[in-house]
Design a binder for this molecule. Structure first.
Ligand SMILES: [Zn+2]
Length: 494
């Protein structure tokens, strides 16, 4: 949400600008609506130019039937960054009933995965606009397009990463445009709704209860979470009074409690590594669903309940996955990627703290894991691209951009950096990174710059090979590490 104050434009020039905007509009309005994007290399049609969202107000009404679309109203407050005769939002997989811009009815059309809105009068640059969209939000997946709503055994949850928030609500669906969220959910009696941030009231009525939640920090659309279910909300205190609340199926509450109880110590452990927890609350959402992944939705991470109830998973592994999602609250959520090619900064760091926790708490050596990653790294680069230059997702492939090259392949880059600059400098870098970019967005070049500043020397040459090379460079301090031919299992999204 980079809202920078801009100088006021004098009235006379403003009138002239408005005049030219109208002229442009007359030309532009005759062209058919077209989908736009902000030029993300991996998702060219995500995001839209010309405005900066400051807040979303999402209002969902759930019927209790997972086969039926939810009624929804999405209200967006945004600042235009230039004159606009049309406003593109990302939205697909719902029916739009009406659109208003600044309280006046506006024309709208679908184009690709965009909702193209034509306000009654063109919008001047550097001004506020409020867009209200009355629409439906369909929990039944689009053909060949998973994601957005996740249908659970007792309701719904959300999994929008990387590019499917706009299957749920109209938005500027790119992590470079973070905004504040108010989320309101009305559900029949017997259901409980929980969303990102802290509760801001619950209102009971004959038809059901309306819950309201509000974030205290900006959030990317991909990190929105709405849980509706026959849930128990379990409260406890975290470090220095941080409110921790977990959301679990009510019937499983006692069985899951030993896992829930681990979160405060995990938060304290992460704080000892990188500094204060960046948000107003945390907790885990354990959903009765087979997603095949866990997801770091802001302040309320989504987990498959089966991770905790299936005895096939060793205790140390489950705990390290919990720490993986927790560490994303710093790396990926508080500091969001500027473009999706920066996803290695999310997953590399989350894998790093997952592995470090396993090393410190369960005696699983980081060095052994990194040696194995080194062996596979050339193969990962060949199949998924170098860590900071991942290959575009293949259409219809569930794994998308979340391949081994951005998990252990990217943790290996951090390991190489620690080998190169030493542990004390590396630990200072990690703390400085989350402090410098808290509540913001940052990319690969920012990380290279900060690493160089902390180390007191230019690391761009060293990191270029590690981040962008087709082949994995030699590992500092381990000249004996070599690529290995043995096949390894592909990592799955965590
Ligand atoms: Zn992750």
């Amino acid at each position: 949400m980079p809202l920078t104050p801009r100088p006021r434009v004098p009235r006379r020039i403003r009138a002239a600008l408005l005049g030219s905007a109208v002229a442009v509009c007359l030309v532009a309005a005759s062209t058919p609506p077209a989908p736009l994007g902000i030029g993300d290399r991996l998702f060219p049609y995500l995001g839209n130019p010309g405005y900066d969202v400051s807040s979303y107000d999402l209002d969902f009404t759930y019927s209790g039937d997972n086969g039926k679309p939810l009624k929804a109203v999405t209200t967006i407050d945004a600042r235009t960054t230039r004159d606009l005769d049309r406003v593109n939002l990302d939205f697909a997989h719902g029916t739009v009933d009406s659109v208003e811009v600044d309280g006046l009815p506006a024309a709208f059309a679908e184009a690709g995965e965009d909702l193209v809105i034509t306000p009654a009068t063109p919008l001047p640059g550097h001004s506020w606009m409020r867009i209200t969209v009355h629409h439906t939000s369909d929990p039944v997946p689009a053909k060949g397009r998973d994601g957005g709503w996740v249908r659970t055994a007792d309701g719904l949850a959300m999994a929008n990463q990387a590019d499917v928030a706009h299957l749920v609500f109209p938005c500027n669906d790119h992590p470079s445009d973070k905004a504040m969220f108010t989320i309101r959910v009305t559900a029949p009696q017997g259901y409980t709704a929980v969303a990102n941030g802290l509760p801001a009231g619950a209102r009971r009525a004959a038809g059901g209860t309306t819950w309201t939640y509000r974030t205290r920090h900006p959030m990317a659309t991909e990190l929105a979470q709405v849980s509706i279910g026959r849930s128990a909300v379990v409260h406890r205190g975290g470090p220095h009074g941080l409110p921790v609340r977990d959301v679990v199926p009510a019937q499983d509450r006692d069985r899951l409690e030993p896992w829930l109880a681990k979160t405060p110590d995990q938060i304290a452990w992460m704080e000892s590594k990188v500094g204060p927890y960046p948000f107003e609350t945390y907790g885990v959402l354990m959903a009765s669903a087979a997603t095949g992944f866990e997801l770091e939705t802001q302040t309320l991470s989504l987990f498959e309940k089966g991770l905790f109830t299936d005895p096939a998973y060793p205790k140390w592994y489950v705990e390290s996955v919990m720490v993986h999602e927790l560490s994303h609250q710093w790396f990926g959520d508080s500091v969001s990627p500027r473009v999706w090619s920066d996803v290695w900064l999310n997953e590399g760091h989350a894998t790093w703290y997952e592995a470090l926790y396993a090393e410190e708490k369960a005696g699983k050596p980081m060095e052994a894991r990194m040696k194995a990653a080194y062996g596979a790294s050339d193969r990962w680069r060949a199949s998924g691209g170098p860590p900071a230059l991942p290959k575009p997702p293949k259409p219809g492939q569930k794994i998308g951009i979340f391949r081994a090259n951005v998990y252990d392949g990217a943790a290996l880059v951090l390991y190489a950096l620690r080998q190169e600059i030493g542990r004390p400098a590396f630990e200072r870098l990690e703390r400085a990174w989350v402090r410098a970019h808290r509540d913001g967005t940052a990319g690969t070049a920012d990380f290279v710059d900060l690493a160089s500043r902390i180390a007191g020397r230019d690391l761009s040459g060293f990191l270029k090979g590690w981040l962008y090379g087709e082949k994995t460079p030699p590992m500092p301090g381990h000249p004996d590490w070599k690529p290995t031919p043995a096949p390894t299992a592909e990592a799955v999204k965590k």
